[in-house]
Design a protein around this ligand. Structure first.
Ligand SMILES: NC(=O)c1ccc[n+]([C@@H]2O[C@H](COP(=O)([O-])OP(=O)(O)OC[C@H]3O[C@@H](n4cnc5c(N)ncnc54)[C@H](OP(=O)(O)O)[C@@H]3O)[C@@H](O)[C@H]2O)c1
Length: 246
């Protein structure tokens, strides 16, 4: 697993209190290959393993990003796995828009901030640890609905557009990071529809057998990452290892 990384590698996973983020940390801890895992969440998390360093921080804020960057310092980071993302927030009156009449400037700004700006600012905050001569894999969870080419159905304006912006920011970071680290790999990943808080209100319409467990998704995405090489940096993949058009 992730054999392109150093042995006893250091990982940092955001959204550790979320479905896919938590499952990814549990899966990483099942191997002896991981030396240290920074688990970032707004809430306290417990993984019962001394290799985990839990950091309670909200990376959608400048303070949260500074806290994470200060904890890592300038030590090399081999895996940065970002799962922070949002689709709906009843408290903030955010729900996927079905029609133009539902577009709301504040909701759009929040979705762009959480889904697009935050992952890019996270890479900025940790860039010292990603540059250098060590293997460094940056993977950030996107969504197939963020593919402009794949959009034949419409709706979900803010989520789709913020994930498309996420993909452009990640692709651009991939180009820059390649100049500072020849072993860097930057990937946008689609997990498939997964049984988490994010998908919960929309699960009724998911076809039989198409709602994945977070553990299955963590395993699948680990395989997709293991199969990637630096020449493929700046690309978009689904959980099954198929490329998604931008
Ligand atoms: N589930 C699916 O079907 C599906 C499909 C396609 C793409 N995705 C993508 O996969 C990623 C992970 O989602 P998930 O399914 O694991 O959902 P989840 O269980 O809701 O986890 C997402 C995590 O993101 C963080 N987050 C969400 N909104 C935030 C906000 N406003 N401010 C700060 N942090 C916030 C939270 O982390 P903490 O609680 O740790 O702070 C949250 O637990 C997302 O980027 C999502 O877009 C999911």
């Amino acid at each position: 697993m992730l054999d392109q990384l150093a042995s006893r590698f250091t990982a940092l996973v955001t959204g550790a209190g979320g479905g896919i983020g938590g499952a990814m940390i549990e899966r990483l801890l099942e191997t002896t290959e991981v030396g240290k895992v920074y688990a970032i969440s707004r809430r306290p998390t417990a993984f019962g393993d001394e290799r985990v360093i839990g950091i309670q921080a909200d990376i959608t804020t400048a303070d949260g990003l500074s806290q994470v960057a200060a904890s890592v310092g300038d030590e090399p980071l081999h895996l940065l796995f970002n799962t922070v993302g949002m689709l709906h927030d009843p408290a903030g009156n955010i729900a996927p828009e079905k029609r133009l009449e539902s577009l709301d400037a504040a909701a759009l700004a929040t979705l762009f901030h959480v889904n697009a700006s935050t992952p890019a600012l996270l890479i900025k905050a940790l860039s010292r640890s990603l540059k250098g001569g060590h293997p460094a894999l940056v993977a950030s969870l996107s969504a197939r609905v963020g593919s402009i080419e794949d959009n034949g159905f419409g709706g979900w304006y803010g989520y789709r557009a913020s994930k498309a912006a996420h993909n452009m920011l990640l692709r651009t970071a991939a180009i820059e990071l390649a100049r500072y680290n020849r072993q860097a790999i930057v990937l946008c990943l689609h997990p498939g529809t997964t049984d988490t808080r994010l998908s919960e209100p929309f699960q009724a319409s998911v076809p039989e057998g198409k709602l994945f467990t977070p553990a299955f998704v963590a395993d699948s995405l680990l395989q997709v990452m293991t199969d990637r090489r630096p020449e493929e940096s700046g690309s978009f993949w689904d959980w099954a290892g198929k490329r998604i058009p931008w």
